[in-house]
Design a protein around this ligand. Structure first.
Ligand SMILES: Cc1cc2nc3c(=O)[nH]c(=O)nc-3n(C[C@H](O)[C@H](O)[C@H](O)COP(=O)(O)OP(=O)(O)OC[C@H]3O[C@@H](n4cnc5c(N)ncnc54)[C@H](O)[C@@H]3O)c2cc1C
Length: 549
């Protein structure tokens, strides 16, 4: 049944499960990362009957572990990939202005210069091109040359003997896990069904065509044969193993590269702006993250566990070493509040074939009738990737298939956001919370602030912060399970909020309070609550111990 509700919660999960059992879909999406959520939104807004299954939680894979930049990618300019940069910059402008202004925020970066004249000319020309490639839509300011003195003023952390000037430019930032979940909620609003903790086991084939997939509900063990005209797989780093398991002869493979970030307190780096530092192999970003710094990343080949990749001491030493090359006060291990690792799905074509469309950095492959897989690309270009995947499935879909319209579809919470930003004091008095909390809520929920506010109106104890030192309100923890599809303590601490890397103890000190708040909403028994806490503590242990090894 078309529920036309953006709510993701246990009741909605039950309804979606029932739909999987009984209905015949146009598109079944495998994978609830940003690519899969984007595909679900693209498909459902073209009028296709759509369902998505995710084996873990929304964004539990790479889509919660990126650098969280919505950017054109300066390094692609050096590779002369102007088409990719132009496309990504176009997406950036779209997200900052109309698609997700509540979630995607402009951010200034300083490119520190080490040599006079030549370097300034070279980098300046690159950044002029970066600005120009945006086309006529220009939401973000142009780049600006800064003197030695000005750089010292805005970034006193930089060693003035090493950094002799700089150039400021703009990109944008997003909380990736939150944004992915909001895309899925938007898809739900247009009628897409979705389910986490549901794993695709095998494809169902009839008459030489894929006609659906067998899905296991990981909460009960129930096996369901889901019927669909096409299965679109967006499995990121799981692509190779699933191609093999499903007996699909694909024309591309995915290589994993690990990237690590560390979190530092604001006091560790004196700067008013983010920074991009060129390294021997790539770049290192120093990115403002609320009132902290996110610093990364590494780029190393990886073959280990895909579910829980972790930062090692070697990764962290590399990040500290690279940052310390320009900093006056060197960073040490004692500065680090937390760390996380993610796996880049890097695609390469295994053999030339007509069915494989190599598109920029991502691959779309219709290896068999009724089965399309997509992987690679950037978080920033998820919308274009999703459109390409649904376009590739056209031979399996009704001939009345219309063009993608996601360019014109704002993400949930975007409509009305600007008007609410102009009304923060009124909202604060309406909900009995500070203007600071209103700003925090607006930048995470946009116009859905009213739903969070309604919880506070029903129970004023939810207006209190979850803990000291972090901005999350108790209402947001309740809302994470009542509206945002969180189903465990880990979902709330690691993805609906980012407490796992922001708190300094990987969220251990708030885990009991989180479990207390969500247990009644999820209808948990004491045993289920304890099991979720045990699962969380194992996660926190693996995240914290690995970095110390
Ligand atoms: C360190 C790092 C930094 C990055 N920084 C940036 C950046 O700043 N900007 C940018 O634009 N891009 C960045 N990226 C790239 C970007 O994060 C990825 O391209 C993007 O998140 C990939 O999303 P995805 O949906 O394809 O994969 P994923 O997010 O990994 O989603 C795949 C999903 O499939 C699910 N799945 C697997 N098997 C099954 C099954 N059998 N049944 C059901 N579900 C299944 C998984 O659980 C997973 O959730 C970065 C990547 C890394 C690693």
């Amino acid at each position: 049944m078309w529920t036309a509700s953006s709510v993701l919660n246990p009741k909605q999960r039950e309804e979606s499960l029932n739909a999987l059992r009984t209905e015949h879909f146009d598109v079944l999406v495998l994978g609830g990362g940003v690519t899969g959520a984007g595909v679900a939104l693209d498909a459902v807004t073209r009028g296709l009957k759509t369902a998505l299954v995710e084996s873990q939680d929304y964004a539990a894979g790479t889509s919660s572990r990126s650098s969280k930049l919505i950017h054109g990618g300066l390094r692609y300019l050096e590779q002369y990939d102007f088409k990719l940069v132009r496309e990504a910059l176009h997406e950036r402008e779209l997200m900052v202005t109309t698609q997700a202004p509540h979630l995607v925020k402009p951010l200034s970066f300083l490119y520190p210069l080490h040599h006079k004249v030549r370097e300034r000319t070279y980098v300046g020309a690159g950044l002029a091109l970066y600005d120009a490639l945006r086309g006529l839509q220009r939401a973000l300011p142009n780049h600006k040359h800064l003197s030695h003195k000005k750089v010292q003023e805005i970034a006193p952390c930089l060693d003035p003997k090493i950094v002799i000037g700089g150039i400021e430019y703009f990109d944008a930032q997003v909380d990736d896990a939150r944004h992915t979940m909001m895309i899925q909620r938007t898809a739900a609003m247009y009628g897409a069904h979705s389910l986490t903790r549901a794993r695709v086991e095998e494809l169902i084939r009839e008459g030489g065509k894929v006609v659906g997939a067998r899905v296991t509900d990981l909460l009960t063990g129930e096996s369901i044969n889901v019927r669909s005209r096409v299965v679109i797989m967006a499995a990121g780093v799981w692509t190779n193993e699933l191609h093999e398991k499903f007996g699909v002869k694909s024309n591309y493979t995915v290589r994993m590269s690990k990237g690590v970030h560390i979190l530092l307190p604001k006091s560790a780096i004196a700067s008013e702006t983010g920074m991009i530092l060129k390294t021997a192999i790539s770049v290192l970003f120093i990115i403002p993250w609320d009132n902290k710094w996110l610093v990364g990343t590494t780029d190393t080949d990886y073959t280990g566990d895909k579910v829980n990749p972790v930062a090692t001491k070697e990764d962290i030493d590399y990040i500290l070493r690279e940052a310390n090359k320009v900093l006056l006060r060197p960073l040490t291990n004692e500065d680090i509040l937390g760390a996380f690792a993610g796996l880049r799905p890097l695609v390469s074509q295994s053999k030339a074939a007509l069915s494989t469309k190599t598109s920029r950095e991502h691959m779309v492959d219709r290896a068999e009738p009724g089965f399309v897989s997509i992987a690679g690309g950037k978080y920033t270009t998820y919308r274009v990737m999703a459109k390409d995947a649904v376009d590739a499935a056209a031979p399996d879909l009704p001939s009345t298939l219309v063009d993608s319209i996601t360019k014109h579809i704002p993400i949930l919470g975007a409509p009305g956001f600007q008007a609410l930003v102009n009304s923060t004091e009124r909202l604060a008095s309406e909900f009995g919370i500070s203007v600071e909390s209103v700003n925090h809520l607006l930048n995470r929920h946009g116009s859905d602030i009213f739903e969070v506010g309604a919880l506070i109106t029903q129970d004023s104890s939810l207006s209190a912060p979850l803990c000291d030192g972090l901005p999350y309100l108790r209402a947001e923890i309740a809302y994470a399970v009542s509206h945002e599809g969180a189903m465990s303590v880990i979902d709330v601490i690691a993805r609906r909020t980012r407490i796992s890397f922001e708190s300094g103890d990987y969220g251990r000190s708030v885990s009991d309070a989180v479990a207390e708040l969500i247990a009644p909403i999820l209808g948990w028994s004491e045993e289920q609550k304890q099991a979720s806490l045990v699962e969380f503590l194992a996660f926190a242990k693996s995240e914290s111990e690995s970095a110390a090894k």
